[in-house]
Design a protein around this ligand. Structure first.
Ligand SMILES: *Cc1c(COP(=O)(O)O)cnc(C)c1O
Length: 378
């Protein structure tokens, strides 16, 4: 079955022979047992719930994984992932990282004596030179947030395989529609399902997807023990969102390319970071490892005043955090997603007062251009 069909028919379980096209929301905390020592397969909704299970089976299939776990947010998924590690362990992480992941690693995991090196994972030698005897994993975001740097997943996986490290890829920006890290050698895929998978800016969710049974067993144990599971209703919203994932992304990407080209021609715009531009340093790798470039654009304007003006004048495009939904959103990474990243680290990456990040939604691209045009005007 093709991807777009799997988004709708990825799990064929039928419920109670009603013929219902939509999966029921099993709003129950617990399940009755048929007899002593017997189970229907469901005992308690923290461990498993039929609505959530339906969603997890679809997401596992879309990512070519053997299992997926649905969490109450992307950060809940990454926090659970960190429970795989013990005091003394070392992890190599992309230095251009979602701000919340940076805060978790820096403020919570480090307190638990897990150490990190934040390196430019687009350069293999940088990863290799940081591998030590206690290194356990490499955590990569690609393309990165917000600078859109592209890491060669296959090349990194050759390295992690050689050194017996886990490779974790945060696939939030491209989704399995455009990129399947497990097929490129990653062991675990992370998602903020809040973004493209849900797709409507209305639900928080997160996922871990794994490619082997050992990891599935370990993470399922952590999952049921720590308890940040996705509710039945939110699972249903994600199932509904995923049904249109392929068409949404196709259209969002089309508009993003038009907008990136348009932005390049504006006098107040100095740089455009979009992996789908041939001048982008990650363009060739993207073409090799992904089937698309996504719909996230960062751009640098000529001054802080212009940046502030754009943020206050946009009217159709909303000045708000988050990304990947039907509504186009613009953010100021310096003050929002990356506010907790130390200034030197942030600025070394180019995240400064002139940088804006745009998540292209599903509005008409002409209306988006008109809105940006009037916002850029003095
Ligand atoms: C939003 C985001 C997260 C965190 O997910 P939440 O659902 O907001 O908790 C993690 N990684 C990336 C790349 C994100 O964009």
């Amino acid at each position: 079955m093709d991807f777009s069909t799997l988004c709708i028919h990825g799990n064929k379980d039928k419920y109670e022979n009603t013929g219902a096209l939509s999966v029921p929301i099993f709003q129950t905390a617990s399940f009755a047992h048929p007899g002593v020592g017997q189970s229907t397969g469901y005992d308690y909704s923290r461990l498993q719930n039929p609505t959530r299970e339906h969603l997890e089976k679809i997401v596992a299939k879309l990512e070519s994984g053997i299992d997926s776990m649905a969490f109450s947010s992307g950060m809940a998924a990454i926090a659970a992932l960190m429970e795989l590690f013990s005091p003394g362990d070392h992890i190599i992480v992309s230095d251009d990282l979602y701000g919340g992941s940076h805060r978790l690693f820096h403020s919570v995991s480090m307190k638990n004596k897990i150490s990190f090196d934040f390196v430019n994972t687009t350069e293999l030698s940088q990863i290799e030179s940081h591998i030590g005897t206690n290194t356990k994993a490499v955590f990569v975001e690609t393309p990165t947030n917000p600078m859109m740097q592209v890491t060669d997943i296959k090349a990194v996986s050759n390295l992690t395989e050689k050194h017996k490290l886990l490779l974790v890829v945060d696939n939030t920006f491209l989704t399995p529609y455009f990129q399947k890290p497990l097929n490129l050698g990653a062991d675990i895929v992370v998602h903020s399902g809040t973004k493209y998978l849900g797709g409507h800016n209305d639900t928080l969710a997160g996922f871990l997807v794994v490619r082997n049974h050992t990891l599935s067993e370990k993470l399922r144990f952590i999952y049921k023990t720590t308890g940040a599971c996705l509710s039945p209703f939110d699972s249903w919203l994600l199932i509904r969102g995923i049904k249109t994932l392929a068409v949404r992304l196709e259209r969002q990407q089309e508009s993003a390319k038009i907008l990136a080209d348009w932005l390049l021609a504006q006098k107040h715009v100095k740089k455009v970071y979009y992996a789908g531009l041939e001048t982008h340093p990650g363009y060739e790798i993207s073409k090799r490892q992904s089937t698309g470039f996504g719909a996230m654009i960062s751009f640098e304007v000529d001054s802080e005043e212009t940046a502030v003006r754009v943020l206050s004048k946009v009217s159709l495009i909303q000045y708000a955090e988050s990304l990947g939904g039907v509504e186009s959103l613009i953010t100021y990474p310096m003050l929002q997603t990356h506010a907790d990243v130390p200034r030197e680290v942030r600025e070394a990456k180019g995240i400064q007062e002139k940088l804006l990040r745009l998540s292209v939604g599903l509005e008409s691209v002409n209306d988006l251009i008109l809105d940006l045009e009037q916002a850029l005007e003095e």
